[in-house]
Write a protein that binds this ligand. Structure first.
Ligand SMILES: NC(=O)c1ccc[n+]([C@@H]2O[C@H](COP(=O)([O-])OP(=O)(O)OC[C@H]3O[C@@H](n4cnc5c(N)ncnc54)[C@H](O)[C@@H]3O)[C@@H](O)[C@H]2O)c1
Length: 309
């Protein structure tokens, strides 16, 4: 199968490209390198289109020979969206529509998209099932609602086969630290290895459902191979619940280093707790065996040490 990965030079996309090639598939990538890195694809035999998903022509060439699209291109980060909601809307909401329209024009009838647990926002239910109400707390979360709802509506409107996954906190190799919008695990690991204090927003009691990137990519590839279509969003996480302070402890144990913690003000738009109900995921992917947080942290720390050496 030839797969198009939008945002394939990013963290999840470049891990997915590796896995798809290992499994004998062909891979096209479109990425404008706004937050991704060409070096993430170094040594991989992918057809790379450098361009934005908003460009019809670039999307047309990226879709050549493609049977299935995994749409990951987006501007991530809640704080980025609070700073510049229009840019986030353009890349994520208009961008998703643009990918769907390009797929429709090219006769590509299968699209998988990446939504986010941030859509639950103010809903306090735990764990969060897909039937729970959504109430986004940031422009980013609103654009992720559009990212999931457009492709679901295309099932009815155009008979397109689509799946909308709600990712929770994905982590692993190639998720970089060192930029203002970096995610929590790379920030912590990078600081610990550098002997710097670990910045914690709030008191550290916020909790997250962390999923290793390899597990996420296996689910995405399986969905592409099976041309899976599902009428409702699907949580892509396994129902674990780790506070930031517990996470720090696990990172300390895995790295064999003691951390110094620096508490900062809580960030606006951040949800307090996030934990997935994974019943739908388990019913669609009964064989998936998620990597544990400990094992995932060990692989992540090993990757950080490798790039720093
Ligand atoms: N990492 C997580 O924990 C997480 C959680 C929830 C949802 N998601 C979603 O998963 C997807 C992938 O996330 P990631 O962590 O790999 O992020 P990432 O920033 O590493 O990757 C996104 C990629 O999209 C590219 N991109 C952005 N705008 C583009 C545009 N207009 N045209 C072409 N390419 C563009 C970037 O250059 C980057 O390479 C995103 O849609 C994100 O919203 C991620």
């Amino acid at each position: 199968m030839r797969l198009l990965i939008t945002g394939g030079a990013g963290f999840i996309g470049s891990n997915l490209a590796r896995l798809a090639l290992q499994q004998g598939h062909q891979v096209n990538v479109i990425d404008d390198l706004s937050t991704g890195y060409e070096e993430n694809l170094e040594g991989l035999d992918v057809t790379f289109v450098r361009g934005t998903i908003l460009d019809e022509e670039a999307m047309g060439s990226a879709l050549e020979g493609v049977e299935s699209v995994v749409h990951l291109a987006a501007l991530g980060s809640v704080p980025r969206s609070i700073k510049d909601p229009v840019a986030t809307h353009a890349a994520n909401a208009t961008g998703t529509l643009s990918v769907l329209e390009a797929a429709r024009a090219a006769g590509v009838n299968h699209v998988i998209v990446a939504s986010s647990s941030s859509v639950y926002g103010l809903n306090p239910a735990l764990p969060k099932s897909e039937r729970e109400w959504v109430r986004p707390m940031s422009p980013y979360a609103v654009t992720k609602l559009a990212t999931e709802q457009y492709p679901l509506s295309y099932q009815q409107s155009y008979g397109m086969r689509t799946v909308a996954f709600r990712f929770f906190n994905v982590f692993g190799p190639r998720q970089k630290a060192g930029h203002v919008y970096a995610a929590v695990i790379p920030v912590f690991v990078d600081a610990l290895l550098a002997g710097a204090p670990l910045p914690v927003n709030g008191d550290g009691s916020n909790s997250r459902d962390f999923t290793f990137v390899g597990t996420v990519c296996r689910v995405l590839l399986d969905a592409a191979e099976r041309r899976l279509s599902h009428p409702e969003p699907v949580n892509l996480a396994f129902g674990t619940n780790t506070t930031l302070m517990q996470l720090i402890e696990k990172i300390e144990v895995t790295a064999g280093l003691k951390a110094e913690v620096l508490h900062r003000e809580p960030r606006p738009g951040d949800v307090k707790h996030s934990q997935a109900d994974n019943a739908v995921l388990r019913s669609l992917f009964p064989d998936v065996d998620p990597m544990s947080l400990e094992q995932g942290l060990s692989e992540t720390i090993a990757w950080f040490k490798e790039i720093q050496s």
